[in-house]
Each structure stands twice: as C-alpha cells, then as structure tokens.
Write a protein that binds this ligand. Structure first.
Ligand code: SAH
Ligand code: SF4
Length: 355
C-alpha cells in the first residue's frame, strides 16, 4: 500500500542500503535495528545514533499510524488506540488494544481496516471491508503499544479488526518479524480466524507453530450460517477438520472462541452439542460475553447462563473458561471504538472494571 520505506515495514537489508547510500558507517544499520526491535525503543530515544541522523531517519522511515484517540480503562490496565493508517488517500481507521495482566502484557492487533466476512454481531463486520493492512502497519501497532506500556509485551493476538487469514502474506510477515526480532515466542503469538479453511491449511505448512484460535459461536451449521456467513462456504466439519490438521502438524493446543449471545447460542443443549463436536481435540473454549453493537439487537447472555454453559462443556470433557470483558467502558471490542468515533468523537473514559 505504502510507497517507499517505512519505520516498521523496512527490513534490515533495506535499512543497510539506505544508510550506506547516505555514507553512514556499516554498524549504524545494526544499531538502529537493535534499538527498534531488541530494545523496542522509539526512534527518538535512540540517542546513540545522534540527533542529526535520527532526524533524517524520522523522515526517510516514517511511521504509518497517526493516533486519533487513545483511551484507558480498568485502572490503567487496558489502553485502546484508534489510529489513522495514513498510507493511501484517504487514511483508514484501525484499532489496537494493550492489556496488562498479572503475568503478561498482551497486544491485540488489527490485520485489516474493516472486514469482508460480515459476521452479524461484529461491529467491524457490520461496517464492511476497506483494505488490507501491510506487515509494517501490523508490526507498528505492537511497537507503538510497547512504547506506551509499563512492561514488556509478551503476547500478541490477531483479534482486532479484520480476518488475518484473508490477509495471509502480511499477517505471516508480521508474525515472523515479531518472532525473529521482537523475540515473542510462537506460542504467545495467536492468530484468530473465523474459519478460512485454505488459510488454516497454509498456516499448517509453516514451521513456526503459532497458536490458532477459531471463532465458532455455534454448535451447528444452521445457526452458524446465520451468525457467520462464511460458514456457508466452509461449514463446521471442514473448519474443525482443518483445525485438527493444524493441531497434528503444530502440536499446539487449539483455542475456540464462542461469543455468548442471549437466547441464541447459550442453551445447555447447545453446550452439549458443542462438547460432542469438540470431544477428543484437547481444545480450550473461551466463552466471551457478547459486546453489544449498534447493528445487532441481542444482548449478552446473563452470567449464570454462561457459567452453566461452561459447566456443561467441562462435563462433556472440554476445557472452558469465561473470558472477562476488558475495556467494555471504552468499546474495546472489535471495531467498536471506530463505530462510535464515526457517530461522535470518543472521549476519555475512567476506570470501571477490575481485572
Ligand atoms: N476475524 C477474526 C479475528 C478478529 S475478531 C475472527 O473472527 O476470529 C476477534 C474475536 O472477536 C472473534 O472471536 C470474534 O468473533 C469476536 N467478536 C467480534 N465481535 C464481537 C462482539 N460484539 N462481542 C464479542 N466478541 C466479538
Ligand atoms: Fe470479521 Fe472476525 Fe468480525 Fe467476523 S468476527 S466480521 S471475521 S473481524
């Protein structure tokens, strides 16, 4: 998308070429690279490079994300940014969330501006597709969150806006950069998909065993066809078979996401049906209370029903946890900050929830 080099899109060789063309000493490129990646510092803080060189680099290797809003919640444990990705004309809006937990710091990145998959309950799906993000734009989201973070980012999840496996090449290039240069372990890199079967197969061909999360939301094709239109193309059996292949190839435990929607997908019978489908896969199911969105009139399931659903899954031999909503007060679910920003500028919202 972008023309020319960018701060987190450029590879080491390109940076070496650039600095050589300026007549800089050979070790400067490595110094810059180590600063941006291993030290994870912003360019302005790389004082060993000297002010003149830093200024020149800032122009030659521009950042690609301009902040629109940044909001915090959960007593500072959750921060969410809405950025304008400035390549192209006009820029597009994308979101990133940083979440601190007791033992880790996780960044949730967007892989596309918008999404073409059209899941009915998802704010991003409701708004439609704008464009793919580049690997540099994905990596920059992690870098910018790291610069604002009080601890070292240990995990990255591709659970922001967009379908990462519909933008496979950029997603994978970002994964490799995060692994090789930010030093994030493969297990701590999670790619979440709505069930793009060819993408899951391609993922299985890679040597880096990242964690795969599959968004299910329904135990049968009839309901899933309604919630997740892609199910009509890749029905549950095919999605689960591809996920099973990934498990065999990578040895990584599978995760399944399941948004709990009041009276739609949350009955004990549906939990039983889901447990039967997932039996023997050694999978882990994350139950996520639905975040309400403007275009979907049904609320989240009540907590007791979610707890019962989880119990029923466990009784059927399937691991399940209820995921706490993070940053609900700042619309920190997929696509929601942007949806609100379009109607009225987002305001800073105070802390409301405990971890
Ligand atoms: N496109 C990928 C990754 C981005 S969405 C996917 O669908 O997996 C990340 C997660 O947020 C998915 O599990 C998605 O189903 C979930 N999600 C989307 N909208 C939501 C909402 N309104 N409430 C709760 N979870 C939601
Ligand atoms: Fe796209 Fe995921 Fe939202 Fe579905 S849930 S519309 S795949 S971002």
């Amino acid at each position: 998308m972008s023309v020319g080099l960018t701060r987190y899109g450029a590879g080491l060789e390109e940076i070496e070429g650039l600095l050589a063309s300026w007549g800089e000493k050979g070790y400067r490129a490595r110094q810059l690279w180590e600063g941006l990646y291993r030290r994870r510092a912003p360019l302005e803080e790389l004082t060993d490079l000297g002010k003149g060189l830093r200024d020149r680099l800032a122009t030659a290797l521009p950042l690609e994300l301009a902040p629109c809003t940044g909001t915090t919640a959960d007593k500072g444990a959750t921060t969410k940014w809405l950025w304008s990705a400035t390549a192209g004309n006009p820029g597009v809006e994308v979101e990133t969330v940083l979440m601190h937990y007791r033992d880790r710091a996780t960044v949730c990145v967007s892989s596309q501006a918008g999404c073409a998959m059209g899941c009915t309950f998802c704010a991003t799906g409701q708004a439609g597709f704008e464009r793919h993000l580049t690997a540099g734009e994905i990596v920059e989201q992690v870098a910018r969150a790291q610069h604002a973070s009080r601890s070292r980012v240990s995990n990255v999840v591709f659970m922001g806006m967009g379908e990462p496996l519909a933008n496979f090449d950029a997603t994978w290039a970002a994964v490799e950069r995060l692994y090789d240069h930010f030093g994030i372990s493969a297990r701590h890199l999670t790619v979440s998909t709505v069930g793009v079967v060819p993408g899951i197969r391609r993922l299985a061909e890679q040597t880096l065993p990242v964690t795969l999360a599959v968004s299910l939301h329904a135990p049968d094709d009839k309901l899933r066809d309604e919630l997740v239109p892609l199910n009509r193309r890749y029905p549950l059996d095919e999605v689960l078979a591809a996920a099973g292949e990934y498990l065999d190839r990578s040895g990584r435990r599978l995760s399944f996401e399941y948004a709990m929607i009041d009276g739609v997908n949350d009955s004990p019978a549906q939990a039983g049906a889901l447990a039967r489908r997932l039996a023997g896969m050694g999978a882990h199911v994350n139950l996520i209370p639905l975040n309400p969105t403007p275009g979907f009139g049904v609320p989240a399931s009540p907590p007791e029903r979610i707890a019962r659903f989880a119990d029923r899954l466990r009784a059927g031999g399937v691991n399940a946890t209820v995921r706490r909503n993070r940053g609900t007060s700042i619309d920190a679910a997929c696509g929601q900050l942007r949806a609100r920003h379009r109607h009225a500028p987002a305001t800073m919202v105070g802390a409301t929830r405990e971890e």
